[in-house]
Ligand binder design. Structure first.
Ligand SMILES: [Zn+2]
Length: 185
């Protein structure tokens, strides 16, 4: 799932970003009303790990969540999507073994996501977790790796978090005692 400018997309295992209707349900989502507190231009050929390290140095603290929006051109980018699952739903760590990956070169688009503090691991994925959409909004996915060409990074410091949990029997009864959020989708 990727949401940009009030439009939600579902990147299916063919790599295509399909706009979704307002009544479609999702098992998990992190969303925010984005308002940048910081804007940083980056034109160094950093890979995703290098970019994240660079951005960590610009954050006022790593102890609060941030919403991140990165707009521009990436020299390289790899994303993934996982195929549709059926009941009984397997853990994501198992599902990603059947993931499809998509490679982009010199691609223009937007990455959106969050950086959560380590202590929030379990609620979401700790650290950076971003999803990508091309400028034409036709392709994208969960970002696995990237190399920056020229991008604008906007950071929204988010000191408040509201969590809404399911109230159905499936959620109430599922055993989550050993679940790992590390391979967040
Ligand atoms: Zn993801």
């Amino acid at each position: 799932m990727v949401e940009v400018d009030h439009q939600f997309y579902q990147v299916k295992s063919d790599g295509i970003a399909y706009p979704v209707s307002d009544d479609m349900k999702a098992p998990f989502a992190e969303v925010t009303y984005f308002a940048a507190d910081q804007t940083i231009e980056v034109s160094d050929a950093l890979d995703c790990a290098g970019l994240q390290k660079f951005l960590d140095g610009k954050l006022p603290s790593i102890n609060v969540p941030y919403a991140i929006k990165i707009t521009g051109v990436f020299a390289q980018l790899q994303t993934r999507s996982v195929p549709k699952q059926t009941k009984p739903y397997p853990p994501l760590a198992q599902v990603v073994k059947t993931q499809s990956t998509f490679d982009f070169t010199n691609v223009s688009g937007v990455m959106v996501g969050f950086r959560l503090p380590t202590y929030m691991s379990g609620v979401g994925a700790a650290g950076y977790h971003v999803h990508f959409l091309t400028d034409d909004r036709k392709a994208g996915g969960h970002v696995l790796s990237c190399k920056v060409q020229k991008v604008t990074v906007e950071i929204d410091t988010t000191g408040e978090l509201n969590m809404v949990l399911p109230s159905d029997a499936a959620f109430y009864k599922v055993d989550l005692s050993t679940s790992s959020p590390k391979a967040g989708e």
